[in-house]
Design a protein around this ligand. Structure first.
Ligand code: IMP
Ligand code: MG
Length: 175
């Protein structure tokens, strides 16, 4: 594909990591009431894979978080949509995202849900661009730490494209 620069993580490596994370979550939440909260759109693919590898009962909810502004950097204006009716009171809530960059999106979500009386509130991410973190959020489960490069595929987009790629790739951009 023309604007793909290099494959960073192939489908086999992703699948292996998803299984590993799912095993850890299954062990940690055994006997607890777990709610996965998928952060649309980017986490749709990861959530679908992750939930199918959990060996414990789970429910799934969806929120939409969007930062408006530049397309390859996260702007700090983050809006959360479609979360009005989600009830996490007394339950163990786990946000699912494919990538944590500055952490600002996750910080906004944590503060939006913290007051809803969850038994616990954590996050799982497949990719972590730790060097870019500006928000003070603690991530419960993180798959791969990656360098500060803009990636697409496995649910992640550049201008809404490439979400369908089964691997994670670095894209050619002029960041
Ligand atoms: P944060 O608020 O800076 O942590 O940004 C998190 C969100 O930005 C993710 O949920 C993605 O939607 C998007 N994002 C951050 N880095 C990338 C990337 O390299 N590729 C695609 N989307 C990204
Ligand atoms: Mg995006």
């Amino acid at each position: 594909m023309a604007d793909i620069q290099e494959i960073l993580i192939d489908d086999t490596a992703i699948a292996e990591k998803v299984r590993e994370i799912a095993a850890r979550i299954s062990a940690d939440y055994a006997g607890k009431e777990l709610v996965l909260i998928c952060i649309l759109k980017g986490a749709a693919v990861f959530t679908a894979d992750l939930m199918r590898h959990l060996s414990i009962p789970v429910t799934v909810e969806f929120v939409q978080a969007a930062s408006y502004g530049a397309s390859t950097t996260s702007s700090k204006k983050i809006s959360v949509e479609k979360y009005g009716e989600i009830d996490i009171s007394g339950k163990h809530a786990l946000f699912v995202d494919t990538i944590i960059d500055t952490g600002e999106t996750m910080a906004v979500l944590f503060s939006a849900f913290a007051g809803r009386g969850p038994a616990s509130l954590k996050a799982v991410t497949l990719l972590d661009k730790r060097s870019r973190r500006t928000a003070n959020v603690s991530i419960g489960y993180s798959g791969f730490e990656i360098p500060d490069k803009f990636v697409v595929g496995y649910g992640m987009d550049y201008e809404e494209k490439h979400r369908n790629l089964p691997y994670i790739a670095v894209i050619k951009t002029t960041r």
